[in-house]
Design a protein around this ligand. Structure first.
Ligand SMILES: [Zn+2]
Length: 313
């Protein structure tokens, strides 16, 4: 059988990661042939040029041509209009209003389909398909297609995704699950979006860094330092309230966390016990909580899984 290659690109605030891989639908696993990371240039035309160079390098390393690819999937850090894939909002400002897909298609001069989707949506899709969802399926006997999943990324910002029946919920204009801008504290911290008290201003790495360097703070917390105790208590109250709102709206089988802060176990210790006290149903119905299983690569893999879904539809 002819090999089915996909190329994924994951654009972050400071870096772009790319890979060429095959997706195994039987085992829900990903066979990577080439992988590379470059820094993100904050000028749209130079940025697209650098993406094209990255694509060429990845194809060279995987020893295939662009015509061997079934599709290219692109994970972008913002709200993408579902019909045009143009970024309508996001904290990576230089991408707003630009047709990155169209520009890349032109630059690569290819007929290979290119699709784009929000990075937190793709994180959730990848974890449900081939990460935490595989564990959940083995544990509860509920396969990917029947899982109801919320992904939350705690990094520079706070992102979210929702996957049900194997599909991403995009919303009318692509801003479904922009959970970072749920207001947790009326009249609270100012957010770049214009509101006050957004979840992102309490739960992101950027928010922690405003109090104290997040790595130092979490190291102190691990040592049981009294100085950071109150901060951790407040952080946890906000996180549980945030998850409780999402559970009331979507009632997932499980939450899966990604982003830089998800590698800090101290933030998640006994989180399920706290959440159990804050859900509408009795505690045996409390969603499970997972830390991502695919690490930094979930956005990238999600882009490939989504690209396949779009071209097969
Ligand atoms: Zn906001």
């Amino acid at each position: 059988m002819k090999r089915q290659y996909f190329l994924g690109l994951d654009v972050g605030g400071t870096k772009v990661e790319g890979a060429v891989a095959e997706l195994d639908s039987q085992s829900h696993s990903i066979n990577v042939f080439s992988k590379k990371r470059i820094s993100c240039i904050h000028n749209v035309s130079e940025f697209v040029d650098s993406l094209a160079t990255l694509v060429t390098d990845l194809l060279l390393e995987a020893k295939i041509s662009i015509d061997d690819l079934r599709a290219i999937g692109l994970a972008l850090p913002g709200t993408l209009e579902p019909k045009t894939s143009i970024m309508l909002n996001g904290n990576t400002l230089f991408l707003i209003g630009h047709d990155v897909v169209g520009m890349l298609q032109k630059k690569l001069n290819t007929k290979t389909p290119i699709v784009a989707q929000n990075d937190a949506n793709l994180f959730t899709l990848a974890e449900a398909w081939g990460g935490a969802g595989k564990h959940y399926a083995a544990y509860k006997g509920i396969p990917f297609e029947d899982q109801v999943v919320i992904g939350i990324t705690l990094g520079t910002g706070v992102g979210g995704g929702f996957v049900t029946m194997g599909k991403i919920l995009k919303g009318a204009h692509g801003s479904a699950l922009e959970v970072g801008h749920i207001v947790l504290q009326s009249g609270g911290n100012k957010c770049y979006c214009g509101q006050q008290g957004c979840a992102e201003t309490y739960l992101s790495g950027t928010a922690i860094n405003k109090t104290m360097d997040s790595k130092l703070l979490l190291a102190l917390a691990t040592q049981g330092s009294q100085d950071v105790l109150q901060f951790m208590i407040d952080y946890r109250i906000n996180l549980v309230q945030f998850m409780s709102i999402l559970n009331n709206l979507f009632n997932p089988h499980y939450f899966v966390f990604g982003g830089g802060l998800s590698s800090q176990p101290v933030l998640f210790e006994d989180l399920k016990t706290d959440l159990e006290e804050n859900i509408f149903l009795s505690k045996e119905y409390c969603p499970e909580i997972y830390i991502n299983h695919l690490g930094d690569s979930s956005g990238l893999f999600g882009a490939m899984i989504y690209a396949r879904e779009v071209i097969d539809a």
